[in-house]
Design a protein around this ligand. Structure first.
Ligand SMILES: [Zn+2]
Ligand SMILES: [Zn+2]
Ligand SMILES: [Zn+2]
Ligand SMILES: [Zn+2]
Ligand SMILES: [Zn+2]
Length: 500
């Protein structure tokens, strides 16, 4: 921990230097002076740059020219482009996502950066504003908030959505629901007022007269959150260049994402200049293969030499686990030189494939070096299927490793009203191979372990620990927002194996 802090201090000036020209308007003159002085020795040699140090950097440009790649003949590779939806944050402008200065005078629940944007937003906001004002603001719907327990507060917000939808005569869009799920109230006592102050550092969390600071623990994460949303709103999705290195001996992962990236990118300009949004996106699309590789290295003795590796991903969700499949080649085939064939099988009742020909969805672009020696990544999907049913089907192939990413096994609400986890848990433990389980928070992972152990006897290969390859892209949390306001995919990791 000591080392990490030291790096942080040393590097805050270095990382500012990196993007100096483009962000100079954001630095004050003292900082500029300091940066100049350090110009000589600020180049990063051994240190890592974490996401917090990238918050002020402008959008990075691609490492390569996207001109025709002579090594690749034209292939039918489908590029699935899901443009990100608008995300509502109570203190960010409804039009441009800049920090707000003006709350809506009527409902007090949405805000704008300027009078100009307020005017511009009004025609679209009018209809919803009327209902929000009736239900929440004038109707007193928000006056009870401070007295509710955390659970009741969650139920209450869901109820408010229903009421608003009913009065409006239509369903709310996801971002409109967020107005009620994450409302513009004091984050400390839930007091609602049109005159709340925001945290000057992150610009997100709001405070009433009686509360301030108190959120030091989360402020830096909120700064990243705000920056990511802002850049996403401006630029749409970004497509980070995945570091591409061919290892001659199998690479044992360091247990630190920043360090691994520093190694793999060899501190290229692209890597050093990478802004926080691109960096978050990089970690978000890498967390699945890297968490898997990390688990493989912990739990499979022959990880260095094995030539065929089969992975089952249970409870997969298409938009998270099943896109960006090209990343697996870079992190498995290129880091493990003895691996010839990687087989990925995605199974889950909630796995729904987009209406695109299957051969396009499963096609993984492979580099010519891998192709020439017949190395491949083979992908198959088993949509709308329970794992316990899949296990008894003809398509079943015994895996070397099973993965469940953020599954929420402990929840007994189940799928379509039926709790089917016990059957699935029994089945994946019976195979007696390592099973990697992750969770969004530190509090969830012990509950996941308890659930598994309540069904079947298992041995623990890795006690729950902070996953070094968790996503660093923050999301708001609703399910346990009283303890953790922001969550990260694959935040905690544990590995178990069914006992014979
Ligand atoms: Zn604005
Ligand atoms: Zn309004
Ligand atoms: Zn308060
Ligand atoms: Zn803050
Ligand atoms: Zn390759």
């Amino acid at each position: 921990m000591g080392r990490r802090k030291r790096n942080l201090k040393k590097l805050s000036s270095a990382s500012q230097k990196i993007g100096e020209n483009k962000i100079s308007e954001e630095l004050n003159s003292d900082e500029k002076e300091e940066t100049k002085q350090k110009e000589e020795n600020s180049f990063i040699l051994e240190d890592t740059i974490d996401v917090y140090q990238r918050v002020r950097l402008p959008l990075v440009h691609s490492m390569y020219d996207r001109s025709p790649d002579d090594s690749d003949e034209e292939e039918d590779i489908v590029v699935l482009n899901f443009s990100p939806r608008f995300v509502f944050v109570s203190n960010l402008c409804l039009i441009c996502m800049e920090r707000s200065e003006e709350a809506c005078e009527s409902c007090g629940l949405v805000s704008y950066c300027s009078i100009q944007h307020k005017k511009q937003g009004w025609p679209k906001h009018r209809e919803l504003c009327k209902v929000l004002t009736e239900v929440c603001t004038n109707g007193g719907g928000f006056s009870f908030l401070p007295d509710l327990t955390a659970d009741d507060y969650r139920i209450y917000r869901l109820k408010l959505i229903e009421i608003v939808e009913h009065r409006l005569g239509r369903l709310l869009d996801p971002w409109e629901k967020e107005i009620l799920l994450y409302p513009r109230i004091c984050c400390s006592c839930r007091y609602f007022s049109k005159t709340l102050r925001y945290c000057p550092a992150c610009g997100i969390e709001l405070f009433c007269e009686n509360h301030d600071d108190k959120h030091e623990e989360w402020c830096r994460d909120f700064q990243v959150f705000r920056r990511v949303l802002f850049m996403q709103h401006r630029n749409g999705n970004v497509d980070p260049e995945i570091p591409d290195t061919f290892q001659t001996t199998p690479l044992y992962l360091p247990n630190n994402f920043d360090l691994l990236m520093t190694q793999l990118y060899s501190r290229s300009t692209y890597y050093c200049n990478m802004d926080c949004y691109t960096y978050c996106s990089l970690s978000h699309i890498s967390t699945i293969p890297l968490t898997t590789l990390y688990s493989m290295q912990i739990s499979c003795q022959d990880w260095k030499t094995i030539d065929t590796f089969v992975i089952h991903v249970i409870g997969a969700e298409f938009q998270f686990e099943c896109i960006n499949l090209h990343v697996w080649e870079k992190f498995f085939l290129h880091l493990l030189p003895n691996l010839k064939h990687l087989r990925l099988m995605f199974i889950g009742p909630e796995l729904r494939l987009p209406a695109v020909p299957l051969d396009l969805l499963t096609a993984v672009k492979i580099c010519s070096a891998c192709k020439s020696i017949n190395r491949r990544v083979n992908v198959s999907f088993y949509p709308e299927k329970f794992y316990h049913n899949f296990c008894h089907s003809k398509q079943f192939i015994k895996p070397h490793l099973i993965c469940l990413f953020n599954p929420g096994l402990y929840r007994e609400t189940g799928f379509e009203g039926k709790d089917t986890w016990p059957e699935t848990i029994k089945e994946f433990c019976k195979i007696k191979v390592p099973v990697c389980v992750t969770s969004y928070t530190k509090h969830e992972i012990p509950r996941e372990m308890t659930r598994i152990k309540s069904i079947i006897d298992v041995e623990t290969i890795l006690e729950p620990e902070r996953n070094p390859f968790a996503s660093i892209k923050p999301d708001r949390n609703f399910v346990s927002d009283d303890t953790v306001p922001l969550i990260y995919k694959n935040y905690y990791l544990a590995i178990i194996r069914g006992k014979s």
